[in-house]
Design a protein around this ligand. Sequence first.
Ligand code: ATP
Ligand code: MG
Ligand code: FE
Length: 341
Amino acid sequence: MKVLGIETSCDETGIAVYDSELGLQAHALFSQVDIHAEYGGVVPELASRDHVRRILPLIDSVLASAGVAKSDIEAIAYTRGPGLIGALMVGAAVAQALAFVWKVPTIGVHHMEGHLLAPMLEAVPPAFPFVALLVSGGHTQLVAVNGMGDYELLGESVDDAAGEAFDKAAKMLGLGYPGGPVIAKLAAQGNAARYRFPRPMTDRPGLDFSFSGLKTYTLNTTIEAKENDTFDQQTQADIAFAFQEAVVETLAIKCRRALQQTNMNTLVIAGGVSANLALRKRLEAVVAKLGAQVFYARPEFCTDNGAMIAYAGCQRLLAGQSDSLGIKPKPRWPMTELSKV
Ligand code: ATP
Ligand code: MG
Ligand code: FE
């Protein structure tokens, strides 16, 4: 089955063609980072408008680079939620209009199920069951994954998501947006001995997270350095290191706990923060000690993309699921509400 995937939940227009026999045939992304950078975060109305501008030309160019005709597309998968309502509506409207004209079925995909399954697009995919750490701009969750659609929430952030914390810490340090990649780059020059930030909620049992305190810690350390007139590039790097180290160590401690608690030996990390090399390295060490394995997607499929939506939609379509035209986007949509496949 040949599926066109459409992702428009936030500030990236992602398009892909995935074929259940041939695999991923083509994909492309238009990132709106430049548009939102001057505001230090995503402006919803600007995001919706830019999806409108980009989506049809991007679909044309992906079909062309896949060497696939419109008439070859057998189904359309689009992100139904969660995400920004206006942005989601653009993808849903285009998917449903094209499906109506092309006379093919549609499926509304859960954005986080897309992230969760993105590592399945790699040469050596993980096998069910596994523990998934979803770490993105809007989510930090540990999920027991027994099969597709069979999700049990083990723990989640009680405040900011990990990616959101990276973005806010970067803003406090006067760095660009999105913050994750900038902090990661700067942290590589950081002096590990200079600062130590706390590892929130690791001193008590449970699998929940909290990252808002690290944000305050970053702000206070930055203010103090500025008052002492020591806020130079090295200090920025030292703070970036301490912040990243605290996030990575906290995530690693909870992943170890989740693997032990569930007795599973496979860990999957997904979402934008799973592109972080320090996190990957730390988790490799954690699973090695437990005799387990860790899987993640290539960096471009950690953040938002159309390929993960085409893949997740394809699996549900192959299982006989589809959605009627006219169903509405779901800006809020718990992943545990999904049906099993
Ligand atoms: P959600 O998927 O929860 O709706 P989102 O789609 O905005 O949120 P993603 O696109 O999955 O999130 O990821 C973006 C986030 O990942 C941003 O917060 C960004 O700072 C973070 N990120 C990207 N690369 C890295 C990195 N190398 N290290 C740390 N964080 C990163
Ligand atoms: Mg994004
Ligand atoms: Fe995302």
